[in-house]
Write a protein that binds this ligand. Structure first.
Ligand code: NAI
Length: 341
């Protein structure tokens, strides 16, 4: 059996707890993965590095091509720039993919939610270019390039085709940001018309779309957004299926892929064995499927399926952490999954 080297970045806050849970489940499931431990975020500074995103961490992801990452804290207002944004930019991880699915045993307002949010991950208002024009006046630059708009549109239609998804909805605010969002929808429309006319396509203004999503998510299949809208809409969609504890994600580029949950470092519950490890565990099964696809290793897919079955069974039988209305600690839920492998 081939063993795949995967970079593990535990991150901050609940990161070490949820990544520890994944390590335990992988060991019990016999996942063909060897972890290469690297640090980012406040954890990097604590490990003795002089930067929140050490070059050794970025280099390790480049070398091995795949990473599983816990959340990294970013101070609000002043302080260092976001590690997450920097990592995605440095590695050119331009597509953030966030599947949102109902889970067995997790009761929410809707049943059978099954949609995917795709977020452009490298530009928009995340350019980090902010200027003090004069005292009391600040400008933040929203960057859009035709190349990146085209690239994410193309990636999303290709993804839809491979996954046999039927429809792509672009959420935008091109009525106000006529040039930047205008270019985003222009490129999406062109890719649809020229290369993928068989996939249904529509454009919805983001404010109206937010209302439609919470009224009836079945109107959507794949949601494609620029960076900031994608960030917000993926948390909104997480709320449809049980919250941030159950929403996985992947950041994909042409060379590398970093898998991480949608949630942050949850400082309010960190270090208390309270976090739901499912979001990162689900991200790790996406990672195994990615290894299966890109390295033609079906053993990875089989282990992913085994882990999915185990956590679904645990949920069905009522084993849940507190965020889902249960009483289990992180460690107890992890054990419940391991017992059902
Ligand atoms: P957050 O996602 O950390 O927490 C929001 C709420 O959801 C909190 O009440 C938290 O307890 C809860 N929550 C999140 N994940 C959970 C889990 N697995 N199980 C149970 N409850 C969970 O968002 P917040 O508070 O806005 O950000 C905290 C820090 O995380 C900030 O420094 C932020 O910059 C960073 N962050 C990092 C991300 C990343 O590394 N990809 C993504 C989002 C935020």
């Amino acid at each position: 059996m081939t063993t795949h080297k995967v970079v593990l970045i535990p991150g901050d806050g609940i990161g070490p707890e949820v990544s520890g849970a994944v390590k335990k489940v992988f060991a019990a499931a016999g996942a063909p993965v060897e972890w290469v431990l690297r640090y980012a975020g406040e954890a990097a500074l604590q490990s003795g590095a002089d930067d929140v995103l050490p070059e050794t961490t970025v280099a390790a992801v480049r070398e091995h091509g795949v990473a599983l990452k816990g959340p990294c804290s970013t101070p609000i207002g002043s302080g260092f720039r976001s590690v997450n944004v920097a990592l995605r930019k440095k590695l050119n991880l331009y597509a953030a993919v966030r599947p949102v699915r109902s889970l067995p045993g997790v009761k929410t307002r809707f049943e059978n939610v099954d949609l995917v949010v795709v977020r452009e991950n490298t530009e928009g208002l995340y350019s980090g270019i902010e200027n003090l024009i004069t005292e009391g006046v600040v400008a933040s630059l929203k960057v859009a390039t035709r190349t990146a708009c085209h690239r994410i549109a193309h990636w999303t239609f290709r993804y839809a085709t491979h996954r046999e998804r039927k429809k792509i909805s672009v959420l935008h605010k091109a009525n106000i940001m006529k040039m930047s969002d205008g270019m985003f929808i222009d490129e999406s429309r062109k890719v649809h018309e020229v290369d993928y006319p068989n996939i249904e396509y529509n454009e919805v203004i983001i404010d109206a779309a937010s209302m439609k999503i919470v009224q009836d998510p079945s109107q959507f299949d794949i949601i494609l957004c620029e960076n900031l809208y994608g960030d917000i809409v993926s948390d909104l969609c997480a709320g449809l299926v049980g919250g941030l504890g159950v929403t996985p994600g992947a950041n994909i580029g042409d060379e590398d892929a970093v898998f991480e949950a949608v949630h942050g470092s949850a400082p309010d519950i960190a270090g208390q064995d309270l976090a739901n490890p499912l979001a990162l565990l689900m991200s790790s099964t996406m990672m195994l499927n990615h290894l299966a696809d890109t390295r033609k290793d079906e053993a990875c897919r089989n282990v992913a399926t085994k882990i999915k079955r185990a956590y679904n069974k645990a949920l069905e039988e009522g084993h849940k952490t507190r965020d889902l209305g249960g009483e289990l600690l992180t460690s107890q839920f992890t054990q419940a999954v391991i017992e059902r492998l």
